[in-house]
Design a protein around this ligand. Sequence first.
Ligand code: PGA
Length: 263
Amino acid sequence: MAHAPAGSSSAPAVWIGTSWKMNKTLAQARAWAEGLRDHLGGRAPDGVQPFVIPSFTATTTVAEVLGPDSPVLLGVQNAHWEDAGAWTGEVSVPQAKDAGAQLVEIGHSERREHFGETVETTRLKVAAALRHGLTPLLCIGESLEVKERGGSAAFILEQAAGALEGLDDSALSRVLIAYEPIWAIGERGRPAEVDELLEPFAALGEACTGKVAGLLYGGSVNLENAAGLLGIEHVSGLFVGRTAWQLEGYLQLLNIAEAHLAA
Ligand code: PGA
């Protein structure tokens, strides 16, 4: 994969992000963010774009710790498509932005499975994030059943097309996509083999490379498989759960990304 020369490109070559899901107290969130801030010293490795997506409760804490000029982008794990109103328990994009978020995760498979997220709601949420100048991070991915009948590429292309319907080129260029096969996510998932991801990424790459801000891979990323995953054609980043919840794991992933760019 051709990368922009490190440090000279406006678009990051490699995104390395983590969502903490429903984990961490404020004290734990603060400690992780302070550790990252102190490690980076105001500068991310050349060509690497770090991002972190805490629980809503920790958004302002992490924003304050990182500070306004941080090279680390801050996100939320979900946001409603309306700006305000009678939506008990929800948080809007303007509220997330007010709390310091620059990025909105949309359509994670856990939200699709447990909280009724659909292609239509992902479309509304992508539009809301863009309307307020935040980066949508659209998650797509197929079940084991779909994979086993050979339908992975068609399924994820349909999820992406539905969520991104109607966007013009400039809006599309601000969208991040994370391909996260459900069978590879979390403790019940198994790490994907590189070979299994070539076809889905070829399909996504054909549809999206050069049009969106980045194509990320997520699902049981660990310190052993990260370099190989970054080497897959069209992959421009990793979206990581468990391995990055300990700061040490996240820092090692940043090192792996840096080494990948230098290779
Ligand atoms: P995992 O989570 O890295 O712990 O598998 C990934 C995700 O759900 O995005």
